[in-house]
Ligand binder design. Structure first.
Ligand code: ZN
Length: 260
């Protein structure tokens, strides 16, 4: 029943979103209004887990063999199912199903729920080549309050994808991203390997900057790669990925995962 429901949601999301395109901002969010002052102490069990389906609603994200938002909604739906069944966790969505929400609102939802951890699921894209593929994820970078814990969570996730045969981009599938530039000349994303612990002042993803618990944004696969989608972006791929996120969350908090 649960699977049938989720498949229905996946199909519905694809149908509803396939005709729409969304503008994508290359600029970092303004963080003038808000920066986390301190990490919220973890309370639990049950641990509150903020789960974020990247994009949604009018913003379909990247488009390829699958729309990014359809993939993120399907994956987060399965993650929510696992966490809901496990008494050690309370999942909290950062935004309603298939509805666009700004990063500030998503972070506020996680922060007000006193989330102990945030997982944001996205899909990568390469408009120039169908051959780009693989997994990577981004924890809060060095110098941020929750960096150490976020980095640990990121490695727990990436290690599982690597063990299940997904290619890990970079040295270990864990990287930092920074917006480099200025308002006058525009911004470009710069990717740095996780081994570089240099503390930098440039902004990373807005959701990571504004969330005051350990947070990781994952790029599950390339939606522009049919073979990557076949492995990790279709219905079965989203289900497999969700199980890995759930297991990584369990290892992070030291709980025994429910039987698969
Ligand atoms: Zn995305």
């Amino acid at each position: 029943m649960a699977q049938v429901l989720a498949i229905g949601l996946f199909a519905a999301a694809r149908a509803a979103l396939s005709a729409r395109a969304a503008p994508r901002s290359p600029e970092p969010d303004s963080t003038d209004a808000y920066l986390p002052a301190a990490a919220i102490p973890q309370e639990g069990p049950p641990y509150v887990i903020a789960i974020d389906a990247g994009h949604g609603g009018t913003d379909v994200g990247a488009q390829g063999s699958v729309d990014e938002s359809a993939m993120t909604e399907a994956t987060i739906g399965y993650v929510e199912e696992w966490l809901s069944r496990d008494g050690n966790y309370t999942p909290v969505r950062t935004h309603p199903y298939d509805m666009f929400s700004e990063n500030t609102e998503r972070a506020a939802a996680a922060n007000s729920a006193r989330a102990a951890l945030l997982l944001s699921v996205h899909g990568n894209s390469d408009p120039y080549s169908a051959n780009s593929y693989g997994f990577e994820c981004y924890p809060q970078p060095p110098g941020r309050i929750c960096h150490d814990a976020a980095l640990r969570f990121a490695h727990l996730i990436a290690a599982r994808f690597g063990a299940e045969g997904q290619r890990l981009r970079g040295t270990a599938g864990v990287r930092y991203i920074y917006y480099v530039g200025d308002d006058a000349h525009g911004y470009e994303k710069e990717v740095i390997e996780e081994s570089d612990e240099t503390v930098r002042t440039e902004q990373t993803f807005g959701l990571l900057e504004k969330t005051n618990c350990p947070a990781v944004l994952v790029e599950q696969c390339f939606v522009t790669s049919p073979s990557d989608v076949d492995g990790w972006g279709d219905e079965d791929g989203c289900r497999r990925a969700a199980r890995l996120y759930y297991e990584a969350i369990c290892e992070y908090f030291g709980t025994e995962p429910l039987a698969a």
